[in-house]
Design a protein around this ligand. Structure first.
Ligand code: FES
Length: 323
């Protein structure tokens, strides 16, 4: 049986090797999994060497910082957009597609940490922008905040297939996003736009009831089509688009069900586009410790989805099989 090769999103970063190396649970390095031989999927960095050079210990966990909420805009549909003052370093680290942070009230215990995609990051002025929908206990407590918020980060595994976004240049790309998943989509659009790609953007207001990316897209001079992607009209539109034109990359921001519908359309139209999707696993710590994001490959291999980049199509299939 072919062994699944996992890529760790943190490899080579200032947070690698992480504490998983100390318990022989490194996702990448066979030595730091307690094995005698060297058998990593070489990514230009030797995690074991980094570990030894760091005094046979892991590097620090992400820090928590109390940040000012500079602006809070509440929309209908339980949508809130926060403008948060951070440091230049953190805002720069959060500019990449897939970036996210944990937020919570300074006075609440860490159980209230809630992962939030970074919609936009302005490193010149040291701001990050977060859009979230109030649904459960964590977001309801977050909504009460007006002045300060505890920010833990940076984290980067909010999307699966990040390498395709980085490597796609001067190609046609199809961008589909629904509801609150518009938030992680903005940095994808910005990156592909910078890479000279020709973007076709289709947005669905979903349960937030608003295309909150419209003003950002207007600034970027990028048009979009609005449609309900979960209804027949949306399916027919995407089907006809895929039948007419080739896309080097297709991005889907939305639920597992939406991702599966689009994957089925890609297969129906024999598209071999690279697929990028939002990472919909449940994150609690983001550091590979708590296990809330644990999932399995078809080989039964355990995966920590908060740190692992996986095969995108297999992940979409598996998540829909599990329901
Ligand atoms: S979120 Fe805790 S292990 Fe992944």
């Amino acid at each position: 049986m072919v062994q699944h090769r996992i890529e760790c999103v943190d490899i080579g970063s200032e947070y690698c090797p992480c504490h998983l190396a100390e318990t022989n649970d490194c996702l990448i390095c066979s030595h730091l999994q307690g094995k005698e031989f060297c058998d990593c999927n070489w990514r230009g960095v030797c995690v074991y060497q980094e570990y030894v050079w760091n005094g046979n210990k892991s590097k620090s966990l992400r820090s928590e910082t109390v940040c000012e909420i500079e602006e809070k805009i509440e929309h209908e549909g339980n949508l809130t957009i926060l403008k948060i003052k951070t440091s230049r370093t953190l805002s720069r680290q959060l500019k990449e597609p897939g970036a996210y942070v944990f937020l919570r009230d300074v006075n609440l215990p860490h159980y209230y940490d809630v992962p939030m995609s970074v919609m936009d990051a302005d490193d010149m002025n040291e701001y990050i922008y977060i859009a979230y929908q109030t649904i459960g206990a964590k977001t309801k407590m977050l909504k009460k905040l007006n002045d300060k918020v505890l920010v833990r980060g940076p984290f980067w595994n909010g999307l699966i297939g990040i390498k395709y976004i980085k490597s796609t240049r001067n190609e046609n790309c199809l961008i589909l996003a629904r509801g609150i998943a518009q938030a992680p989509t903005l940095s994808v659009i910005k990156k592909l736009n910078r890479n000279g790609c020709n973007l076709k953007v289709i947005l669905d207001k979903g349960r937030v009831g608003k295309i909150f990316l419209s003003k950002y897209l207007k600034d970027l001079k990028i048009g979009y089509t609005e449609v309900n992607l979960m209804e027949n009209e949306g399916e027919l539109l995407v089907d006809s688009i895929l039948a007419k034109e080739n896309y080097g990359l297709v991005y889907v921001g939305g639920s597992d069900l939406l991702q599966k519908r689009i994957l089925d359309l890609l297969e129906k139209n024999n598209c071999n586009s690279n697929l990028v999707v939002t990472n919909n696993e449940k994150f609690c710590c983001g550091e590979g410790i708590c296990g809330s994001c644990t999932t399995f490959t078809e080989n039964g291999e355990i995966i920590k989805a908060c740190k692992s980049q996986m095969d995108v199509k297999k992940t979409v299939e598996r998540r829909n099989m599990l329901g």
